[in-house]
Design a binder for this molecule. Structure first.
Ligand code: FES
Length: 262
């Protein structure tokens, strides 16, 4: 069920180098949304930029009627978003996409890279609520980009990695993931991040025969299945199959995805 509403800005916090967390009052969306879903945001009241931008839901508080978005300032849309102040109104459409399929029992690993950590926080909150056992592995390029670790630590133990080793373990998220898969017994991996990372996580999951769900990023225009601009290719032994990341995704079983990176 997608809803168009004007969300009211409650908070705009700088949580890292060029990274912000925008909290909005949007009770209709908070009520309808689940972990892994996203919203389309009109970043300005003018026609520039023309298209809405997709953002993963980073926090969903049904009781308070609030949602938050985690974003890095890098394009025109995110620059405009960073200018929003308390009480400003923002045109939102959502929740969109399928979201994560929640594990009912067993143990899970959440793996996030860069801004791909965003949709994993509501998943962690839901698992904590359900009493499910899980750990979280978060990776960043460098210490300056590390953010939201304490928010994740409220829900589970967190293993932090940075490529330059300035915080946490030096290296990629796949190192601690490999270690965990060798020593623990896990039923599901949930991953979101750059395609190269997702591909590596998917390969590890397959080698260790652990189910894995990945949240994909794609260029999106309409965000609700009409333009076909977000198509990704899925494995099918008979014929090429395409799926719309905005509608059939953004979450897919990792073994169904055809990877292009690396
Ligand atoms: Fe238009 Fe997905 S963004 S179909």
């Amino acid at each position: 069920m997608k809803i168009q509403v004007f969300g009211k800005v409650l908070r705009q916090e700088k949580v890292g180098d060029k990274v912000y967390c925008l909290t909005l009052k949007a009770p209709e969306i908070a009520r309808a949304a689940g972990p892994g879903q996203f919203i389309q945001v009109r970043c300005s009241n003018s026609l520039q930029p023309l298209l809405r931008k997709p953002f993963s839901l980073h926090e969903i508080d049904e009781e308070a009627g609030t949602i938050s978005l985690l974003y890095e300032v890098k394009g025109e849309g995110s620059k405009l978003l960073a200018k929003l102040r308390k009480q400003d109104k923002v045109d939102l459409v959502g929740p969109l996409g399928n979201g994560f399929n929640l594990l009912k029992q067993g143990k899970a690993i959440l793996v996030g890279g860069g801004m791909g950590i965003a949709p994993l926080l509501p998943l962690a909150a839901r698992f904590k609520q359900l009493g499910l056992e899980f750990i979280t592995i978060l990776g960043f390029n460098d210490g300056k980009r590390v953010c939201r670790i304490e928010a994740f630590q409220k829900f589970s133990p967190v293993i932090l990695t940075t490529l330059d080793g300035s915080q946490g373990e030096k290296g990629l998220v796949t190192e601690p993931l490999k270690r965990e898969l060798e020593t623990g017994s896990y039923s599901m991996i949930y991953a979101c991040g750059p395609e190269g990372m997702l591909k590596a996580v998917a390969e590890l999951a397959e080698a260790k025969e652990v189910e894995c769900q990945v949240s994909l990023e794609a260029y999106m225009a309409c965000g609700f299945g009409a333009c076909l601009g977000c198509a990704c290719q899925l494995k099918n032994p008979i014929e090429t199959t395409y799926a719309r990341v905005c509608t059939e995704g953004p979450v897919f079983k990792s073994r169904e995805v055809i990877w292009h990176e690396g």
